[in-house]
Each structure stands twice: as structure tokens, then as C-alpha cells.
Design a protein around this ligand. Structure first.
Ligand code: ACO
Ligand code: OAA
Length: 372
């Protein structure tokens, strides 16, 4: 048996949802650069789930459908009050809350197309409400009900703060959601597909995917980038900080990628947004520090930034708490997870690879009385 560490280069399924070919990312054939510049997040969700862009009426109806399904069952909100709140990472809270949502969905275990579409809508609509409600409850604030007719970006920012978000903030947040929506067979999407390939339900698949996204080698890197920038503190400290980390063989968060070689096409959009937003807040140091970190890492390691690097200073500039960065990734990526779950169900086969055994050879059983 031959093994490939980390399944690098292994093609594990066919998929028509998104592709990465020659460092170009497409969702259903549409280049991410065009989608980032022109599409809203609702258009992208629709595209991922239906395989085509919506027309005006379809988009309006879809946006309405999502906002009408965004409220949480009271039991889920009340459950937050029982968490040891100060020590709970919002990704852990999100993972538990999504699992809990499944208990209150009467069609959770029904597997027909209509039931699965209903679950898809509820999950997509409710994730932003979970993240914002948890964020407020842990600060001793009342959660805010979603507004009907609002898009996901505007609703998220509104539910987080209780204030009308600015146009600039909504536009930036929406673009970030578009950029994070899907990414071929990344670790969390693969996790979701493995889970539902046993014919388990969608809530189980999404709960599993959230667990996989949480780690710092995947979605958790955006929070880790902000931690690094906060530690660096000032632009003039950046070079020494990064060189010290590299000399001690530590990884620099937000750099490198399993698939991209020349660079992550999403990073340039977030870099532009970081420059714009840090100018608007007057805190350009986060952008300048990021530029310096990028310069040193690309010179020393030839590793370009990935999607997580500049998203950190973007979310920070929008006034978002740093430990909400990865939950925001999930708010976007759940659209892609769902598209992959539906694709998996539509042509399912159990996913069960092999392991090349490297443990001890044949052992004679020793009765417990004779063991040293
Ligand atoms: C949304 C996303 O999930 S994007 C990725 C987010 N994750 C991060 O930003 C975390 C930092 N980056 C990394 O850990 C990696 O680049 C990953 C996890 C993204 C990809 O991992 P892999 O494809 O397994 O690459 P691997 O970790 O084997 O690295 C290959 C080599 O590049 C080095 N390298 C890779 N990334 C980095 C980094 N960020 N900083 C420093 N060195 C790095 C490794 O040390 C290794 O060097 P070596 O061959 O001398 O030992
Ligand atoms: O594809 C990957 O391995 C990680 C990634 O960039 C993503 O999930 O967006």
C-alpha cells in the first residue's frame, strides 16, 4: 500500500461546485475575481446551491427566504446562558449550537430533497444569528432579532451591534463572505462530505465541518493572524518578529497553502479592502504591519499570503472581536458545505479509505495477572 501524507494531491471525488485550476478559483465556472467585484453573497449562495445565478425575482425571493428563517428557537438562545461563557470560544459555541439546532428541526432526519433544502435554508440563515447572539449574550447584552428582507452581511452587522451598519461596512463584509464561500475539497468540506456519506443528516455534517474549520491550520488562522499582529504592535517590530519566528521554525499564520503555488487569488481582494478600511479607521498600522510581514515571509520563504492573512485586518477594522473571525468564516463557508453535502447525497458512496498499518506485529495475549 502506498500512503500520501495528508492526502496531498489525492483526488477523492468529482465535484461540480468549485474548482482550483492553475491557481484560479471558480464557483460553478464563475471566476472568483468577477464574483468578488460584482456579486452579492446571496447571489453566490444561490449559485452554489442551484448551479446558476439567480435573476432579479429569484434573488429577491431567496434573500427574503433566508431572512425569514434567521430567527433561532428560544431553546437555543437560552442554552447559551448555561455555557461557562467566559471560557467558551465562539467556534465551540457555534459547533454546539448547530448540533442543538438539529434537535429542534422537525425534519432534521428526513432525507428527501424538500427536507434537505429546508434544512439548508435554516442552517444558512441561522448561523449568523447564532454567532451574533452568542457575542451579545457573553457581554451581558440582549440578542437582537434578525431584520426581514436584509441581506446576510447587513443583518450580521446589525445583529452584532444593534446599530444600522454603514454602506461601506456592509459592502466590505459582503465581499468577504463572497470570497470565503467555497473552496473545493478543503479540510472542513471534506469532513462534511465524509460525515454525510454515511447517510447521516445535514446538521451532523455541518457540525463536523465547524469542528474542522476551527483549527489554526485551516479557518482558525484568521484569528491567529490578528493575535500575531497584536503581538507585533508596531510596524518597526514586524521584521524582527517574523525573522525570529522563522528562525525558530515556527509557522507564520496566514501564509502557505496546500493547493496554491503562486498565490491565493482571494488574498489580493482582502489586501485592497484592508488598505481601504484601515485608512477609513485611521489605523493604517495594521495594513502597514501586514505589508511588512508579507514582504519578509515572501522573501525568506517564498510563501504568499492566503485568504486568512488580510481578512484579519479587514474584520478588525470593522470593529469585530478577534475570536469572531473564524465563526464569520463559518457563516460564509456553510454555503459551500451545504452545496457539497447536497452533491454528496445526490451521488453517494461511503467514503472509507485504508490505513497502512505501522503498529507492532503479532502479539501473544498475556493474562493480566502475568503482566509487569
Ligand atoms: C482557509 C485556509 O485554510 S488557508 C490556510 C490557513 N492556515 C494557515 O495560514 C496556517 C499556516 N500555514 C500552514 O500551516 C500551511 O502552509 C498549510 C497548513 C496551509 C498547508 O500545509 P501543507 O501543505 O501541509 O504544507 P506543510 O505544512 O507541509 O509545509 C511545507 C513547508 O513549508 C513550510 N511552511 C508552510 N507554511 C508555512 C508558514 N505559514 N510559515 C512558515 N513556513 C511554512 C513548512 O514549514 C514546510 O517546510 P519544510 O518542508 O522545510 O518542513
Ligand atoms: O482549500 C484549503 O485547503 C483551505 C482554504 O483555502 C479554504 O478552505 O478556503
Amino acid at each position: 500500500m502506498t500512503t500520501t501524507r495528508g492526502l496531498e494531491g489525492v483526488v477523492a471525488t468529482t465535484s461540480a461546485v468549485s474548482s482550483i485550476i492553475d491557481d484560479t478559483l471558480t464557483y460553478r465556472g464563475y471566476n472568483i475575481d468577477d464574483l468578488a467585484d460584482y456579486a452579492t453573497f446571496e447571489e453566490v449562495i444561490y449559485l452554489l446551491w442551484h448551479g446558476k445565478l439567480p435573476n432579479k425575482q429569484e434573488l429577491a425571493a431567496f434573500t427574503q427566504l433566508l431572512s425569514e428563517n434567521a430567527s433561532l428557537p428560544n431553546e437555543v438562545v437560552e442554552h447559551f446562558q448555561t455555557y461557562p461563557i467566559k471560557n467558551v470560544h465562539p467556534m465551540a459555541a457555534l459547533r454546539t449550537a448547530v448540533s442543538l439546532l438539529g434537535l429542534y428541526d422537525p425534519v432534521a432526519d428526513e432525507m428527501d430533497e424538500d427536507a434537505n433544502y429546508l434544512k439548508a435554508v435554516r442552517l444558512q440563515a441561522q448561523l449568523p444569528t447564532i454567532v451574533t447572539a452568542f457575542s451579545r449574550i457573553r457581554k451581558g447584552l440582549e440578542p437582537i432579532e434578525p431584520r426581514k428582507g436584509y441581506g446576510v452581511a447587513a443583518n450580521f452587522l446589525y445583529m452584532l451591534t444593534g446599530e444600522e451598519p454603514s454602506e461601506v461596512a456592509v459592502e466590505a463584509f459582503d465581499k468577504a463572505l463572497v470570497l470565503h464561500a467555497d473552496h473545493e475539497l478543503n479540510a472542513s468540506t471534506f469532513t462534511a462530505r465524509v460525515c454525510v456519506a454515511t447517510l447521516s443528516d445535514m446538521y451532523s455534517g455541518i457540525t463536523a465541518a465547524i469542528g474542522a474549520l476551527k483549527g489554526p491550520l485551516h479557518g482558525g488562522a484568521n484569528e491567529a493572524v490578528m493575535k500575531m499582529l497584536t503581538e507585533i504592535e508596531e510596524v518597526e517590530n514586524a521584521e524582527v518578529y517574523v525573522r525570529n519566528k522563522l528562525n525558530s521554525k515556527e509557522k507564520i499564520m496566514g501564509f502557505g497553502h496546500r493547493v496554491y503555488r503562486q498565490g491565493d487569488p482571494r488574498a489580493k481582494h482582502l489586501k485592497k479592502m484592508s488598505e481601504k478600511l484601515t485608512k477609513l479607521t485611521g489605523e493604517t498600522k495594521w495594513y502597514e504591519m501586514s505589508l511588512k510581514v508579507e514582504e519578509v515571509v515572501t522573501t525568506e520563504k517564498q510563501l504568499p499570503p492566503n485568504v486568512d492573512f488580510y481578512s484579519a485586518s479587514v474584520y478588525h477594522s470593522l470593529g469585530i472581536d478577534h475570536d469572531l473571525f473564524t465563526p464569520i468564516f463559518a457563516v460564509s463557508r456553510v454555503s459551500g458545505w451545504i452545496a457539497h453535502v447536497l452533491e454528496q447525497y445526490s451521488n453517494n458512496r461511503l467514503i472509507r479509505p485504508r490505513a497502512d498499518y505501522t503498529g507492532p506485529g503479532k502479539q501473544a495475549y498475556i493474562p493480566i495477572e502475568q503482566r509487569m
